[in-house]
Design a protein around this ligand. Structure first.
Ligand code: GCU
Length: 421
């Protein structure tokens, strides 16, 4: 009996271990591990040419991330129709052209729509564009009264007066601090943003959002190797890019995928899966984004899978508190973006996202950029705070907390001017 009790206890403790493991914020307690080489195949073959990288190594890495991390999209789902809900050629006091475009998708007798808010510089015939999701609705990124309010489910947020999971006029403009709209327009770029909850509400429920449009008969949730919410949000960015190819005001060959935090994980996966994105920005994306998982610093795979069970595919659970077993690490996700320009940014007070792990990841991805003759992050010495390193792979760590600031945008614009435009 005693033995049985012990056994039950041990089982209970083990099954709860992701919750119990302490968060490590101490560099000296980072375990030592071998960083998987982006340029050695799973079978141990060295990759020495772009051709071999593109033919052998890149596909096997992409396959691993698809099947064991983010999940694959079961079928192709293309835009059924798009509808310009609203347009004004003199928006923002005459500084911009504004469009609100609704994309609609249909399958299995179900319909999903989401709306892209676009601000475009007026004096540019075909503008390069930053595309990124927002957390609380398009109307939160600006004071502009013409921006439509989404009726999709939203997380409650007391300080934004969002109650009953419903967005209202009260939250208009609450997130203007994160979107340097004027700076972006003045630099000759457009901004496109989408409320992520319209593509898939951010909760552990797979009956809503885009997933159900692609279920087989009687299927109620994704299979273990099928897409979680991050892959669904990335899919939404890819379909927005399909629309941009049809919009004469946009240069679809110069679209930069941008994202903060969980939406930075999303922009990275979008850039990895669709090579039409001309550049990718990861702002404070942390665990499951740019940060190396094997460091187990700040948020870990176990923690993220426990707190957000719907973000990754179910297969990723096998690495909870078991990062050693991973055949890959997140720098190889970054390497999938090569040779396109990539910007990884951290914040000094954002230890949960492991700034050093984000930096090292950019460094270890750089061997693939070098193969293409591009410069990445060539050293393992982290730059000082507020001293950005700008190459095809760029990195900065700024003062302050987990957020998107004007400083971040100023640097993204500088990098985009040098490497994307
Ligand atoms: C949580 C989560 C992070 C995520 C962040 C965000 O902190 O643990 O992984 O990046 O939310 O999206 O704001």
């Amino acid at each position: 009996m005693k033995l049985l009790t012990c056994f039950v206890c041990a089982f209970f403790i083990l099954s709860m271990s992701p919750l119990l493991s302490q968060t490590n914020y101490n560099e000296s307690q980072v375990p030592s591990f071998e960083v998987p080489d982006p340029l050695t195949t799973f079978k141990g073959k060295k990759i020495k040419s772009v051709k071999k990288w593109e033919k052998t190594r890149r596909p096997e890495l992409l396959h691993f991330f698809e099947n064991s991390v983010y999940g694959k999209i079961p079928k192709t789902l293309k835009i059924d129709s798009y509808n310009i809900l609203e347009q004004d050629n003199n928006a923002l006091n005459g500084k911009a052209k504004r469009k609100q475009v609704e994309l609609t998708f249909k399958n299995n007798g179900k319909t999903l729509s989401y709306t892209i808010l676009l601000y475009l510089p007026k004096n540019i015939a075909k503008a390069p564009v930053f595309l990124g999701y927002n957390f609380y609705g398009n109307h939160t990124i600006t004071e502009d009264k013409a921006v439509l309010i989404s009726s999709a489910w939203a997380n409650n947020n007391e300080s934004f007066q969002i109650e009953n999971n419903t967005l209202t006029e009260e939250s208009r403009g609450k997130r203007t601090n994160r979107w340097a709209v004027e700076k972006i327009l003045e630099a000759g770029y457009g901004l496109a943003t989408i409320y992520y909850g319209e593509v898939d509400p951010d909760k552990n429920d797979f009956s809503d959002g885009v997933h159900s449009l692609l279920y087989d008969r009687n299927q109620e949730q994704p299979k273990p190797d099928e897409w979680g919410s991050i892959a669904a949000w990335s899919w939404g960015m890819v379909r927005a890019l399909d629309y941009f190819e049809k919009d004469a005001d946009i240069d679809a060959s110069k679209v930069i995928a941008f994202g903060h935090s969980r939406l930075g994980k999303t922009s990275l996966w979008a850039g990895a899966t669709d090579q039409r994105f001309a550049g990718v920005i990861s702002n404070d994306s942390g665990c499951g984004g740019a940060a190396l998982s094997k460091r187990k610093f700040g948020e870990t795979v176990g923690r993220i899978n426990t707190s957000f069970p719907h973000w990754f595919c179910d297969n990723f659970n096998q690495y909870s508190d078991n990062e050693e077993a991973l055949a890959i690490d997140q720098h190889q996700l970054l390497a999938l973006i090569a040779p396109r320009p990539l910007y990884v940014a951290s914040a000094a007070e954002d230890q949960w996202a492991d700034p050093r792990g984000e930096f090292l990841s950019a460094h270890y991805a750089s061997s693939v950029y070098n193969l293409y003759g591009k410069k990445g992050i060539e050293t393992t010495d982290m730059p000082k705070i507020n001293e950005p390193v700008h190459n095809t792979v760029s990195y900065h760590i700024r003062t302050g907390k987990h957020d998107v600031t004007d400083y971040d945008w100023e640097n993204y614009i500088k990098w985009a001017n040098a490497f994307v435009k």
